[in-house]
Design a protein around this ligand. Sequence first.
Ligand SMILES: Nc1ncnc2c1ncn2[C@@H]1O[C@H](COP(=O)(O)OP(=O)(O)O)[C@@H](O)[C@H]1O
Ligand SMILES: N[C@@H](CC(=O)OP(=O)(O)O)C(=O)O
Length: 415
Amino acid sequence: MKVFKFGGASVSSAPAINNVATIIDMYPGKKAIVVSAMGSTTNALEDLVRSYFKKDNKKAEIFQQIRNYHDGIIRELGISEENLGQVNELFEQLEERLERTPSLQFDYEYDQLVCYGELISTAIISAFLNEKGLKNKWVDIRESLRTDETYREAIVDWKWSAMLVNNNFSFNGVDLYVTQGFIGSTTTNQTTTLGREGSDFTAAILGNLLNAESVTIWKNVPGVLNADPVDFPETEKLEELSYKEAIELSYSGAKVIHPKTIKPLRNKNIPLWVRPFDYPDQAGTVIHEVGHQLDLVPVYILKKKQALVTLSPDDFSFISIDVLSEVFALFKSRRIKVNLIQQSAIDLSLCVDEPEVGLESLVVELRKKFDVRYNTGLVLATIRFYNDASLAKMKDGRQVFMEQKSRRTARLVLK
Ligand SMILES: Nc1ncnc2c1ncn2[C@@H]1O[C@H](COP(=O)(O)OP(=O)(O)O)[C@@H](O)[C@H]1O
Ligand SMILES: N[C@@H](CC(=O)OP(=O)(O)O)C(=O)O
């Protein structure tokens, strides 16, 4: 069997969803289809959660916008009313949840509402495919994918999930399953999410647990390129990548693949195809075990919304292991990801994901013990397989705050 994953961009309109049907038809054989929320529905649901949590008066309006967007797609797809029972029920559930008083736990409430993006998109797509003669079974992945209770960033319970996934995706009399990416549930049936853009990871989990022959993630690009085409006008497609190279690129911030996607596939030696949704007969990029040294062109990755925080102990003491562990514990408790560090005798610089809120209060906390300087709105640029020309190109016209080089990788903090 194969796993296919269609992201938000690939299911954002009726023509796109028609193309999903075309692709499924093009590739016969047993398949599990993992689907994300339509277009930018997850962002809209995030606005809805904020409004619900703050108890302001915008939630009805945001809910209606989400409903109208989906209704428009349903109309254009021409799905008949008698097959829309589940979609209507999901919208009713969401509306009903919005009437409840929220608990005090934002991350918990977030997961209970944001999951509807994926639940609704898959219900629509499953109904549409069935009407088109592509008979499929809709599966609520929350009954298979068990996680811990880290809401918004849940950790998968592989043992439980292995058993449940194999029961619920048995392929007994079913050739095509349609299910949700990004969501799961705890052993007490509370909904969780795996972290933004986590549907690629769901596809990899299913691939691993079902011993898929391959996993394909359909994207709005020709494959993995040597840079994000949004930031770089000229890019080159990479024909193949090793698992190691792919994990390095995605971890550094190449948004084409969620970083957690690689490990479950590498561990079972399952190839991952990144293929163009608009040109489904083109090969795209394959990520697999590569026996030889890859000779790649420089690959550029930009991680935006970075802050550079530099700390110096007040009393002129060294940056010891105790200081490091204290600082890292503080960042960990605030769930702030550290992406790059540099230290000298009495300076410690950390390039971190700039938190949406709370940087000021972190700085206040740090100032109890350290002299603190910081800059925000920076970019962490990574160049794999860098050379002089690629370094010069990256620095051109920008202010360099920090620079680190290893044999293959250069990392620059820039403004
Ligand atoms: N190295 C890269 N190669 C290809 N795309 C990249 C790269 N880095 C970032 N991207 C971005 O990743 C996006 C992923 O495609 P998309 O279809 O939006 O995924 P999904 O809908 O599954 O989240 C592309 O639109 C592109 O802008
Ligand atoms: N819908 C979720 C999960 C996801 O992976 O979406 P996409 O495949 O469109 O990146 C998000 O937007 O984060």
